[in-house]
Design a protein. Structure first.
Length: 306
């Protein structure tokens, strides 16, 4: 099922045609409040009342002209202004290829620095998302340059990549902000773990390494980007054993998934941040979300017929 869903995410014909169908648009409502930023901001305002922070991302990747990348940067500048105006505890996560990374790395860096500076005005973090493995080294090198001038920046790392443990050690001297996810792209066995057990084991190992670094005196911000509450609780037990408080890390889950657990964890004193996606280019992102946890297909089917 996972392989099929990832194939569907990459298929150009399906990407161009499925989003037009009513049942596909109805199913995606489970994972996003709407295609426009206003819908995302309204959802975040509701979460704020429940003690849950937010993180925003506009869907889309691999723009084909520098003008498109420029427009995305301007969009995010406006979004950051709206977040501040509405007094929302919200941060932004960007894909480098959506800012034009494939076309002009230096221009993309300039965009990222502007966005980080705007986020810093509200004391917030600008997050850099991680894409497929072909971008891993370039994205980490990009983050190293960005972090040198803009400390309020974070990076997503994927536990299914075999290189992640070394990447953590590489980044620790930078006082990094790390969002740890499992990974949602189709990758070969040579560079990525394939089985759930191995991915989960590496996830816990990476999180523990970051907590141990905190305990040793490193400045680290850790976001656990997973819906696996069992893993979160296992990591929380390690933090407690080190004498670290619940606020030493943040739970970051997607909009519409395990909302009961998000609210429970927030009520128990954990820092919880809900990732709210929006935009018209939702199809490949949506299929990768289903592939992360194929049981979500059942939820999607219920959304269609409900």
């Amino acid at each position: 099922m996972r392989r099929l869903l990832l194939w569907m995410a990459r298929n150009r014909w399906l990407r161009d045609h499925l989003p037009r169908l009513w049942f596909a648009r109805r199913a995606v409502r489970r994972f996003m409040p709407g295609e426009d930023p206003a819908s995302a901001l309204d959802a975040a305002a509701r979460f704020k009342a429940e003690g849950i922070a937010s993180e925003f991302t506009r869907l889309g990747e691999n723009v084909t002209t520098v003008e498109e990348g420029d427009a995305v940067a301007e969009h995010y500048l406006g979004l950051l202004a709206d977040i501040r105006a509405r007094d929302i505890d919200g941060e932004v996560s960007v894909k480098l290829t959506q800012l034009g990374y494939d076309l002009d790395v230096e221009r993309t860096l300039a965009h990222a620095r502007r966005l980080a500076e705007r986020a810093a005005e509200s004391g917030k973090t600008l997050w850099v998302d991680m894409e497929g493995s072909a971008y891993a080294e370039g994205t980490i090198a990009f983050y190293e340059r960005l972090k040198a001038t803009n400390p309020n920046t974070g990076l997503c790392l994927q536990s299914y990549l075999r290189r992640t443990a070394e990447d953590i050690q590489r980044l620790l001297p930078l006082s990094p902000q790390i969002r740890l996810v499992k990974g949602a792209y189709a990758e070969p066995p040579a560079i990525a773990y394939q089985g759930k057990h191995d991915v989960d084991t590496n996830y816990v190992s990476a999180a523990v390494a970051l907590l141990d670094a905190m305990h040793a005196g490193h400045t680290v911000r850790l976001g656990l980007g997973t819906h696996d509450v069992r893993l979160i609780e296992q990591i929380a037990e390690h933090a407690a054993a080190l004498g670290l408080p619940k606020a030493s890390f943040e739970v970051q889950m997607l909009y519409g998934i395990r909302m009961d657990q998000q609210r429970r964890l927030a009520s128990e004193g954990y820092l919880v941040r809900d990732l709210i996606a929006y935009g018209e280019a939702w199809y490949p992102w949506y299929m990768r979300r289903l592939a992360e946890r194929p049981a979500n297909v059942l939820f999607a089917l219920r959304q269609i017929i409900g």
